[in-house]
Design a protein around this ligand. Structure first.
Ligand code: DGL
Length: 264
């Protein structure tokens, strides 16, 4: 029988966004086995109702549990804010979510003006709004939903003029408000980091959550005595609800390793 410690960690997102987290997990926990699921048939989650998001997350989580995962990383802000409480109530393994980093942004901000780039579904989610109330400690938080960005990233159109124009449309209101800190509240957006930095200049700090999420995963594995005992470099298995050659080539580029998705 396989030792629980050597079972895989399940990571999922609506698509390729969760790879921005997976990259760090792979670097920091190089011997852990990973199963990555991209729910691309239902991507993006950001334009779905809370009900549809919950349905999709339950279905993906159930299939990952059948693969005997020892921990689950919900590598998607939209899925996390809509489902994390319910998942934690139902599933008895460590579950690590990703939420927009409001608290670190407030601590960083000198002028107490923060922008948060999120999906539409996150922008109106009550848990997210409570997070802002709880942690903004008086700072002005400008929530900027970004419809269409995830679709362009999923199509591999990150380096197009269309993507630059759309991104700038979402950054301009934040720049006009003179925010000094911007939170990337969707795991797809770190793939646009260079473009965001170019538009924002050096005086705005961009906050991503990949490192704190990886640290939290590591802490949870240690606390629950679930760290792998194997000393082989990470193997990642990739599954998708709609595999495609485009998905393979995009992820091969983003992760710097040969990636081939299987049907989930
Ligand atoms: N990457 C996701 C997030 O962090 C979901 C994006 C989407 O599917 O709309 O919110």
């Amino acid at each position: 029988m396989t030792l629980v410690n050597n079972q895989p960690i399940g990571i999922f997102d609506s698509g390729i966004g969760g790879l921005s987290i997976t990259k760090h997990i792979k670097q920091q926990l190089p011997y852990e086995k990973i199963i990555y699921v991209a729910d691309t048939l239902y991507s993006p989650y950001g334009n779905k109702t809370a009900h549809s998001i919950i349905e999709r997350v339950n279905s993906v989580a159930e299939k990952l549990l059948q693969q005997k995962i020892k921990a689950l990383v919900v590598a998607c802000n939209t899925a996390t804010v809509n489902t994390i409480e319910q998942l934690r109530n139902q599933i008895a393994i460590p579950i690590i979510g990703v939420e927009p980093a409001i608290k670190p942004a407030t601590i960083n901000s000198k002028n107490k003006k923060i922008g948060v780039l999120v999906t539409q579904a996150t922008a109106k989610n009550p848990r997210f709004l409570t997070l802002i109330d709880k942690f903004s400690s008086g700072a002005e938080v400008i929530i900027q939903p970004c419809p269409g960005l995830v679709e362009l990233i999923e199509q591999g159109d990150m380096d197009t003029l269309q993507c630059e124009v759309l991104l700038n449309k979402y950054l301009i209101p934040l720049l006009k408000k003179e925010v000094d800190t911007i939170v990337l509240g969707c795991t797809h957006y770190p793939f646009l980091l260079k473009k965001i930095e170019k538009s924002c200049g050096n005086n705005i700090k961009i906050i991503d959550t990949a490192i704190p999420v990886t640290n939290q995963l590591q802490r949870q594995l240690q606390k629950n005595q679930l760290c792998t005992t194997v000393n082989n470099p990470t193997s990642i298995e990739f599954f998708s609800s709609k595999p495609s050659l485009l998905l393979d080539s995009l992820c091969t580029n983003l992760l710097d390793q040969e990636v081939s998705f299987k049907l989930f």
